[in-house]
Ligand binder design. Structure first.
Ligand code: 5GP
Length: 190
């Protein structure tokens, strides 16, 4: 998605060879006009998959997931990372290693909102080693729901997430694929 790549080049900051900050439009301040275009693009790509639910993990996946779900006219579930007083029973859970925090989070989804009839589109902001998407796939499997693909805003293509997910038969669609990151350098794959 050209507009996204242009914003990454203009505003993205390579914090190291491994981590990109896009806090100015996605991870802290959110540009709703740009994120709505992301949602339209995900919806266009996955339009024939008969999606019934969009799932993401709080918090940075929520904005692109909402706009995707709006286009597809289906609900969004965001997996919780933190314990909630209102979410205590009938949970599907999965332990996910956090790439940025370097700790395990238990993500949870209420069993009331996901079931065996659902066709689920997974959305996330970044794809690195694929642990967040793997956790959401695990939750789909507990619910016997059918995952139909993963829509990723920014993929770091040298990390192993895409290959791990493709080996499991997941259709991964990324709006920007980064090939190399370094101080002052951001190179795309295509
Ligand atoms: P994975 O689970 O694929 O290893 O990592 C993806 C998750 O870690 C995403 O949900 C995202 O929040 C975070 N993440 C991974 N790499 C980056 C990065 O370079 N920048 C930012 N802002 N988040 C990242």
């Amino acid at each position: 998605m050209k507009e996204l790549k242009d914003r990454i080049l203009k505003e993205g900051q390579a914090l190291s060879k491994e981590v990109l900050s896009v806090d100015s439009f996605l991870n802290h301040q959110v540009d709703p006009v740009l994120v709505q275009k992301m949602g339209k693009e995900f919806a266009r790509y996955f339009k024939d998959k008969h999606v019934t639910k969009v799932i993401t993990v709080e918090s940075s996946g929520i904005a692109p997931a909402i706009f995707t779900a709006l286009e597809l006219n289906v609900p969004v579930i965001f997996a919780r990372k933190h314990k909630s007083l209102t979410l205590t029973t009938d949970l599907y859970t999965s332990d996910v290693y956090s790439y940025t925090k370097e700790t395990f989070n238990t993500i949870s989804v209420s069993s009331h909102y996901l079931n065996e009839w659902d066709r689920v589109l997974i959305i996330d902001d970044f794809l690195a080693n694929g642990q967040a998407v793997k956790g959401m796939l695990n939750i789909c499997s507990q619910a016997k729901a059918q995952p139909v693909g993963a829509g990723i805003v920014i993929e770091k293509s040298w990390q192993k997430g895409r290959s791990m997910l493709e080996e499991q038969g997941v259709d991964v669609y990324s709006l920007a694929r980064i090939q190399e990151l370094d101080e002052g350098k951001i190179e795309f794959l295509d």
